[in-house]
Design a protein around this ligand. Structure first.
Ligand SMILES: [Zn+2]
Length: 396
């Protein structure tokens, strides 16, 4: 199995300056290589390949002492990254679309350098004899202290450095990570992903409140509007950009934090987890309008914000399911996705399907058998049922 680890680095002031120079010089290389490709394409419709540019690296390093400072392999990785951008560009052209030409990277738009092989211009755990701290050695930067908050398993393959705002991270991609199979619990669960609570289980538990995330999302939307009003090149605009970036980071961290916690809790307790197929769910879910009691509908604050909030929540579910799938595989748990259609309007005990069963957003009341339940719990039980049926069908 492959997995990646992301750790905060604690560079000294000197190392921070070196890391910044490392990004800047790799960015300069990227832009120079892009310029070369652009010109060649404009002048004579010739496309320059990765191999051509990689072959020039030696010369570039010979006359540019700044470039000679850094790892040959991380520079190659940067050229490969440009190559990938060009391939994507030509693929889109071939598909009949009119994509934008790959762009020059400005300051702040080039935040990652990758070393494709541990031991080549970089070394994970470069001071293993140190009693308490972990270090990563990066060519041209030195041994940088890493806040390693969890053990690294498997074999470190690639090492990347990433700048996020004022923080620096090291990202390890590891191969051959052993699975850590958890003991069977004999319990199975269905989960309904919702708006009022992030997730409701067929056991009647509600986990996670996406409102906190929605609140950050609202702030982010406001900051983006604010940014749009600022004049290009102004100091205020730079500040507004920093604020948008910081809020983006906050939303991302909140989302990941929550997703890891919820996924861990489910994986520990259940052998099999059934969830909705998100691709189908996204097409069918919409916020329920509030009836005004006179046959019409009240203007709904939720509906007005639904566009933004839904997109934020949808992204949250996508992130969550990705993490859950990864943890399930590693722990030897079974994960099943089912068609979510009708799960919210079907009565779990009697099977009666009707829109009218859904008395309100939160309440389920079967018009056939009179069964009442929390609407999301009822849906989660149906989701579990659909998953069990799928598994049975597969076994037969
Ligand atoms: Zn019923």
């Amino acid at each position: 199995m492959r997995r990646s680890y992301k750790f905060l680095m604690r560079p000294t002031a000197h190392q921070q300056a070196a890391l910044t120079a490392c990004l800047d010089d790799h960015r300069a290389l990227y832009n120079a290589a892009l310029l070369e490709r652009r010109e060649a394409y404009k002048r004579s419709q010739v496309s320059i390949r990765y191999g051509d540019q990689s072959a020039q690296l030696k010369e570039i390093r010979a006359y540019d002492p700044d470039q000679a400072h850094w790892s040959f392999s991380s520079q190659q990785a940067t050229l490969r990254r440009l190559d990938k951008a060009f391939r994507a560009f030509f693929d889109r052209v071939k598909a009949g679309r009119t994509p934008g030409f790959p762009r020059f990277k400005g300051r702040g738009w080039f935040d990652t350098v990758e070393w494709p092989e541990d031991g080549d211009g970089c070394r994970w755990n470069s001071q293993p004899e140190h009693p308490s701290a972990t270090f990563v050695r990066l060519q041209g930067v030195g041994h940088v202290r890493v806040h390693q908050h969890r053990p690294v398993r498997g074999r470190v393959k690639t090492i990347s450095v990433k700048r996020e705002g004022s923080r620096w991270y090291v990202v390890l991609s590891c191969d051959d990570v052993p699975a850590e199979i958890l003991p069977a619990t004999g319990a199975v669960v269905g989960v309904d992903m919702g708006v009022a609570s992030f997730l409701t289980t067929s056991d009647g538990e509600q986990v996670g409140n996406p409102r906190r995330l929605a609140a950050s999302a609202e702030k982010l939307a406001a900051a983006q509007q604010d940014l749009a009003r600022k004049k290009r090149g102004s100091k205020r605009r730079r500040k507004a950009v920093a604020r948008v970036a910081a809020l983006h980071g906050k939303v991302r961290r909140q989302r990941l934090d929550g997703a890891h916690k919820v996924a861990n809790a489910l994986i520990r307790r259940y052998d099999m987890i059934v969830h909705e197929d998100l691709r189908i769910a996204n097409m069918t879910k919409s916020p329920a309008p509030k009836p005004d009691g006179e046959g019409g509908y009240l203007p709904n604050r939720a509906a007005a914000k639904a566009g933004l909030n839904n997109s934020i929540l949808d992204a949250g579910w996508g992130v969550f399911l990705g993490i859950l799938a990864h943890k399930a595989e590693s722990a030897g748990r079974e994960l099943i996705s089912v068609d979510p259609r009708n799960t919210s309007r079907t009565c779990a005990p009697c099977g009666h399907v009707a829109k009218e069963n859904r008395a309100t957003q939160a309440e389920f009341a079967c018009t056939a058998c009179g069964h009442t339940a929390h609407a999301d719990v009822n849906a989660a039980i149906n989701i579990l049922g659909a998953g069990l049926a799928l598994r049975e069908a597969a076994a037969a």
